[in-house]
Design a protein around this ligand. Structure first.
Ligand SMILES: [Zn+2]
Length: 536
């Protein structure tokens, strides 16, 4: 299906047709999620097949290779680290030593990427472990924590004020990934997060099941700081630890919520032996570029991204061991390829270039996009925007879209205008306190300062009764999410994906033609990173 769009670009009206068709999206999804692709596991034959397919599509379209040495591939070296079940962790106080039980009381992994890892270091409580100058918040207060084990909580100081840690919405400072990064920057030996269900937003069983297996990490660069142990303790284990210092977990947490908090030595040593199985993993992102038409702006680009990986071959469910990942994320890859196709078909190319990036290892914690942000093909200060596509339901068109994070950027008017033209309602984020914004590949770009967000379908379907969207979401989530049954079906409706692709296309072509690069709005947690990259 072709539709005509009128795009306002820098005050010039530009007529362009967008050649975006649901049938091609369907064909890509069908192929990428077929059993032949073996679930597209990182470092497997399925990876080679799927990434070759995407690269071949880019070549057929006429998009140029943007990877290493003239290829479509950007090598992503990774290390899989698995903590062995013989791991031990103990707290030694003046009068007693308490040992914690692997999985039942503590989980975690070494980031050193070495087979053995032992330490014996002083424990210090650092509250939320946050340094956020824009909110005048510093849990470290200049205390030297080098070589120490930091005990802390995940999440952030509670707030109702949107200008202070995002109010009820989670900011990146509240994510556990931030805690480990900040601790490593301070030269800490290890981190123990005391789990509580309210601070984590989920029960300890979720922590246990996601940490009790191989952790795929980006290969450490020389002299890059890393933790000997990035771990979690259950609340009960936390009580034992706090008790040895004459304290209670809830007391520690309320102390952490004060701006006047000061790091507190616990008078305890943490002794650990963390035997780790280490495996080298070679993976790759797929990258193509279509050059811009303006000699002055061609070196700048908009980026479209989607993760190609899924869970590969795993535990069989009802006799099926291939985790096909049709919705997650053959759909996003199909949209990515269709966008490249449409961009290549434009008679008048936008002024800036367009990069099409299929990233690896999203399921392992967004490692492929993280690697890209550390090794960008177009410098971050010349990257206008990242639009990410991840997980589309094949149930038809929706009247709404969820574009969380877009309103935090100066590209917001472009998004609003695209929505107005396409008669799309912009749906507010359903659960900002859960921080979903920080759990998809666009976040790797935002973290590095690039305005970035995902285009997500809404829930108000054309021709369907109220509540239908919520119902199909719940059903998919319960029955098929990360299961072998996330499989292609001929009766799927791809019209919603066509619409999402079109919506992203309008936004990106408009931004690619604007005079100024977008940035983050004043007060945003990512503005400083944007300014460091050279965009003001
Ligand atoms: Zn997934």
């Amino acid at each position: 299906m072709n539709r005509l769009f009128l795009l306002a670009a820098s005050g010039v009206l530009l007529a362009q047709t967008t050649d975006i068709a649901e049938d091609r999206i369907r064909a890509h999804v069908k192929f990428l999620s077929s059993d032949l692709m073996e679930g597209r596991g990182v470092g497997t034959r399925g990876e080679r097949l799927a990434t070759e397919y995407i690269a071949t599509q880019f070549a057929l379209i006429g998009a140029k290779p943007a990877g290493d040495r003239g290829t479509y591939f950007q090598r992503v070296p990774m290390v899989g680290a698995t903590t062995q079940s013989s791991a031990t962790l103990a707290a030694a106080g003046a009068s007693q030593t308490v040992s914690f039980k692997w999985l039942d009381e503590f989980v975690g992994v070494s980031q050193l990427q070495q087979p053995v890892d032992q330490f014996d270091a002083e424990a210090i409580f650092v509250g939320h472990g946050i340094v956020a100058p824009e909110f005048q918040w510093d849990d470290f207060k200049g205390v030297d924590v080098k070589g120490k084990v930091l005990v802390l909580f995940t999440n952030e100081p509670p707030s109702e004020d949107p200008k202070f840690f995002g109010g009820p919405a989670l900011t990146y400072y509240g994510r556990w990934t931030y805690k480990y990064e900040e601790a490593a920057r301070h030269g800490a030996k290890a981190v123990l997060i005391i789990h509580t269900t309210p601070t984590a937003g989920y029960g300890y069983d979720v922590v246990r099941s996601s940490w009790g297996k191989e952790d795929p990490q980006l290969k450490l660069a020389a002299s890059q700081p890393a933790l000997a142990f990035a771990g979690w303790l259950t609340k009960e284990a936390g009580e034992k630890l706090a008790g040895m210092a004459g304290k209670k977990v809830d007391e520690l947490l309320s102390a952490a919520n004060s701006r006047d908090f000061h790091p507190t030595p616990l008078g305890i040593r943490i002794r650990a032996n963390i035997p780790t199985k280490v495996r080298q993993i070679e993976s790759r992102n797929v990258a193509a570029i279509i050059p811009g038409s303006d000699a002055g702006l061609e070196s700048q680009a908009v980026i479209f991204s989607a993760h190609w990986d899924h869970l590969g071959i795993g535990t069989p469910v009802r006799g099926d061991s291939i985790y096909n990942g049709a919705v997650d994320n053959a759909t996003g890859c199909a949209i990515l390829m269709e966008l490249a196709h449409a961009w290549a078909a434009l008679e008048h190319k936008p002024r800036r270039s367009a990069v099409f990036l299929a990233v690896t290892a999203e399921e392992a914690g967004m490692r492929g996009s993280e690697y890209y942000a550390e090794h960008p093909i177009v410098p971050l200060g010349k990257t206008a925007l990242d639009l990410n596509f991840d997980g589309f339901y094949p149930f038809g068109r929706t009247k709404d879209m969820e574009i969380t994070g877009a309103d935090r950027t100066t590209a917001w008017p472009v998004v609003q205008e695209a929505a107005r033209r396409m008669n799309v309602t912009l749906k507010p984020e359903a659960h900002p306190e859960q921080g979903h914004y920080y759990r998809s590949d666009h976040f790797s770009f935002a973290h590095a300062g690039v305005p970035a967000f995902s285009i997500n379908q809404g829930s108000d379907y054309y021709g369907k009764p109220a509540g239908y969207g919520e119902k199909v979401f719940q059903e998919f989530n319960e029955k098929h999410y990360h299961q072998p049954s996330d499989e292609y079906r001929d009766d799927w409706d791809f019209a919603g994906m066509e619409e999402a692709a079109r919506f992203g296309f309008v936004i990106a072509t408009t931004v690619a033609n604007q005079d100024k690069l977008p940035t983050w709005k004043p007060g945003d947690e990512f503005l400083a990173a944007r300014e460091r990259s050279g965009v003001h």
